[in-house]
Design a protein around this ligand. Structure first.
Ligand code: AGP
Length: 614
C-alpha cells in the first residue's frame, strides 16, 4: 500500500508532489521518489530509500524544474526497501517513468519473457515489469502510448494503481487502476492525481474517483478522458470533496494519533449527527430504513473485516445478536475470501473498513456479492472502493484518520454498530422500548464521558512510565469488553513493538495464566456488567500468581481497586458501550509507552494505514 501523486499544470510540479507525498506517507514509508519532465522535455527520476524527508535531502542539489511529474512513497512488497527498488522506474530506453501501488501476481512470467527479448531490469520489483511491457508492446506494434498501456494492462494479473509520464511530453499523464484506489483532481488548467483525496484537497474540491479497470488520459491540451481497457470511453463523474485542510494537519499535537485520540468527543458527535433526534427517542440509519426488509428478514449477518475493524465487528456481533436476535458471524476477510464460505441470498454481509480500501475486505465483499448476499458497508473514507462496492451503508464520519494506529475510527465504528443494532431491534420489535431509549441516552452521553477521561490523560501517562520496561503485556476482558482487550493489545503491539495478547479473562486458566509472573503487566477491563463478579475472580487468580494488575474500572468501583495494583477510572455507561470508553485509556497507555520508548508513533515500522494488497 503505497502512495501515488501526480501533477500536470502551470505550477512547479516538484513542491506539489513532495507535499502530496507527505500527506500520503501513512500509506508506506520504505522509500520515496519523483519523476519530472523539465521545460526542455528531459525525463529525470530522483529516488531514495527511507522517508520523504530523505528524498528532499537527496533532491536538494538537483534540477527539480518542470510543470509535470509523478511521485511515490513505498510500502515494500516485491524487493526490499532500497534506492534501486524505490519508485519511479524507467523503461529500458529511459523515455517512460512509472509509479505503482499494488501487486502484479504474474510479474515473474512476464519478466522472463521480456528478458528473452533483451530487456534488462534494474530492480527486484514487479512494477518495473509493467513499464518494460508497455515499451515492448509499443516497440513491436508501433502503437500509441495509451494503446500500449491498454494492451499491457490486459496482460497483468493482480492489483494496480499506476501513473506514467513520457520524455518530451510535458502535458500528459496516463493513469489506471484495478483494485488499488486512484483519485483525479480537476483544477483550473491543471490536474492532480493521488491515491486518496488528501493531497488534492488544498488545490481543488472537484474530484473523479477512478473506477475499477478504468484508464485516465490526463492531458492539458485535451482535458481528462477516461476509457476502459478495450478503449471504450466511460462517462466522467466529477464529485465535490467534503474535506478541510485543518483535518489533515496535526493541529498543534505532537502526533496525529494523539490528535485523533483527543478528537473522539467530537467524532462521536459527528457519528451520531442526524441519526439520533434531539428528543433522543429515535435512532435512524437511512441505509437500514431504506432496506428494512433485508435486515428484518435477514437469515444471518456476516461481518467481514481486518485488524481493528475486526475487533469492532466482534462487539457488533454481541450487540446485534442480543438486540436483534439475528445470528451473526464475524470473519477475518482474508480467511473468508479463500475458504469457500456458505453465503447467499438472505444473508446481509457487513463490510467494516475505516479506509474502505483494504484489499482482503474488498475481495470478501466481491465474493459475497457474487453469491447473492446483500452488502452493507460501514466505512470512514467517503468515495472509497468498499463504500462504492456495497448495496448500502453508513459512514462513521470521524474525519480523516492519519495515524497508522486506528483510534477514533474504532470508537466511531462501535458507535455506528450500536445505532445499527438499536435500529434493527426496533424494526424487528426484538427490544423493549425502555432498553431502546436507554441505549440512545447512553450513546448521547459518550462525548462528555470521553472528554472526562481525556481530562485525566496525565494519570495514564504516569502509569505508562512505570510499564515502559515491560517486554510482554496481557489484556483481559469479558463479554463486550473482550474485543476491547484485543484492541488494547493491538494498539500496544503496533506502536510500541511490545508483545501483547488479548484474551477473554476466563480463558486464562486454560493455558495463558502460565505466562503470569511478577514481571507480567495484566490489563483488565473490569467495568460493571452482567459478569463483573466473574471478572473479579479472574483478577484474583492473576494476583495469586504475582501478576501486576492494571484495571479499567467505573469511577464508583470499590472492589477491584482493592485488588488491583493500578486503576484507571472511566465514567459508568451501559455494558454495550463500555468498550468505547475503556478503549480511550488503552489508546493513551499504548501511545505514551510508545513515546517513552522513542517509537515513531504515527508511522510504526513495517506498517501502513490502508492495506491495499493481499
Ligand atoms: C489498526 O490500528 C491497524 N491500522 C489495522 O489493523 C487496520 O485496522 C486494518 O488494516 C483494517 O483497516 P481498515 O479498517 O481500513 O479496513
Amino acid at each position: 500500500m503505497c502512495g501515488i501523486v501526480g501533477y500536470v499544470g502551470t505550477r512547479e510540479a516538484y513542491p506539489v508532489l513532495v507535499k502530496g507525498l507527505h500527506r500520503l506517507e501513512y500509506r508506506g514509508y520504505d522509500s520515496a521518489g519523483v519523476a519530472l519532465i523539465s521545460d526542455g522535455g528531459e525525463l529525470k527520476i530522483y529516488k531514495s530509500r527511507g522517508k520523504v524527508a530523505e528524498l528532499e535531502r537527496f533532491a536538494e542539489s538537483k534540477d527539480v524544474s518542470g510543470n509535470i511529474g509523478i511521485a511515490h512513497t513505498r510500502w515494500a512488497t516485491h524487493g526490499e526497501p532500497s534506492d534501486a527498488n524505490a519508485h519511479p522506474h524507467y523503461s529500458e530506453s529511459r523515455t517512460l517513468a512509472i509509479i505503482h501501488n499494488g501487486i502484479i501476481e504474474n510479474y515473474s512470467v512476464l519478466k522472463k519473457a521480456l528478458e528473452v527479448n533483451g530487456y534488462t531490469f534494474r530492480s527486484d520489483t514487479d512494477t518495473e515489469v509493467i513499464v518494460q511491457l508497455i515499451e515492448y508492446i509499443r516497440d513491436v506494434s508501433g502503437c500509441s502510448l495509451p494503446e500500449a498501456v491498454r494492451q499491457a494492462l490486459r496482460e497483468l494479473v493482480g492489483a494496480y494503481a499506476i501513473a506514467i509520464i513520457e520524455k518530451g511530453d510535458r502535458g500528459r499523464i496516463i493513469a489506471a487502476r484495478k483494485s488499488s484506489p486512484l483519485v483525479v483532481g480537476v483544477g483550473e488548467g491543471e490536474f492532480f492525481l493521488a491515491s486518496d483525496a488528501g493531497p488534492i484537497a488544498e488545490y481543488t474540491d472537484r474530484v473523479v474517483y477512478l473506477g475499477d479497470g478504468e484508464i485516465a488520459e490526463i492531458s492539458l491540451e485535451a482535458g481528462l478522458r477516461v476509457v476502459d481497457v478495450a478503449g471504450n470511453e466511460t462517462p466522467i463523474d466529477i464529485e465535490q470533496l467534503q474535506m478541510s485542510i485543518s483535518e489533515l494537519e496535526k493541529g498543534g499535537y505532537p502526533h496525529f494519533m494523539l490528535k485523533e485520540i483527543f478528537e473522539q468527543p467530537k467524532t462521536i458527535v459527528d457519528a451520531v449527527r442526524g441519526r439520533i433526534n434531539v428528543e433522543e427517542t429515535n435512532v435512524a440509519l437511512s441505509g437500514v430504513t431504506d432496506n428494512r426488509e433485508r435486515f428484518v428478514e435477514a437469515r444471518r449477518i456476516i461481518i467481514v473485516a481486518c485488524g481493528t475493524s475486526w475487533h469492532a465487528a466482534l462487539i457488533g456481533e454481541y450487540m446485534i445478536e442480543e438486540m436483534c436476535r439475528i445470528p451473526v458471524e464475524v470473519e477475518y476477510a482474508s480467511e473468508f475470501r479463500y475458504r469457500d464460505p456458505v453465503t447467499g441470498p438472505g444473508d446481509v454481509v457487513i463490510a467494516m473498513s475505516q479506509s474502505g480500501e483494504t484489499a482482503d475486505t474488498l475481495a470478501a465483499v466481491e465474493l459475497a456479492r457474487s453469491r447473492g448476499a446483500f452488502i452493507f458497508g460501514i466505512c470512514n473514507v467517503v468515495g472509497s472502493s468498499i463504500a462504492r462496492a456495497t448495496d448500502s451503508g453508513a459512514y462513521i464520519h470521524v474525519g480523516p484518520e492519519i495515524g497508522v494506529a486506528s483510534t477514533k475510527a474504532f470508537t466511531g465504528q462501535v458507535t455506528v454498530l450500536m445505532m445499527l443494532a438499536l435500529a434493527i431491534g426496533r424494526l424487528k420489535g426484538s427490544i423493549r422500548e425502555e432498553f431502546y431509549l436507554d441505549g440512545i441516552r447512553h450513546l448521547c452521553r459518550l462525548p462528555e464521558q470521553m472528554a472526562e477521561i481525556l481530562g485525566r490523560a496525565d494519570a495514564v501517562a504516569d502509569l505508562a512510565k512505570i510499564f515502559t520496561y515491560a517486554r510482554n503485556f496481557i489484556y483481559l476482558g469479558r463479554g463486550y469488553s473482550y474485543p476491547a482487550a484485543l484492541e488494547g493489545a493491538l494498539k500496544l503491539k503496533e506502536i510500541s513493538y511490545i508483545h501483547a495478547e488479548g484474551y477473554p479473562a476466563a480463558e486464562m486458566k486454560h493455558g495463558p495464566i502460565a505466562l503470569v509472573d511478577s514481571e507480567m503487566p495484566v490489563v483488565v477491563i473490569a467495568t460493571t456488567d452482567r459478569i463483573y463478579e466473574k471478572t473479579i475472580s479472574n483478577i484474583r487468580e492473576i494476583k495469586a500468581r504475582g501478576g501486576r494488575i492494571i484495571a479499567i474500572v467505573d469511577t464508583d468501583d470499590v472492589t477491584v481497586r482493592e485488588i488491583a495494583d493500578h486503576v484507571i477510572e472511566i465514567p459508568r455507561t451501559c455494558e454495550h458501550l463500555a468498550p468505547v470508553l475503556a478503549s480511550v485509556p488503552l489508546q493513551l497507555l499504548a501511545y505514551y509507552i510508545a513515546v517513552y520508548k522513542g517509537r515513531d508513533v504515527d508511522q510504526p515500522r513495517n506498517l501502513a494505514k490502508s492495506v491495499t494488497v493481499e
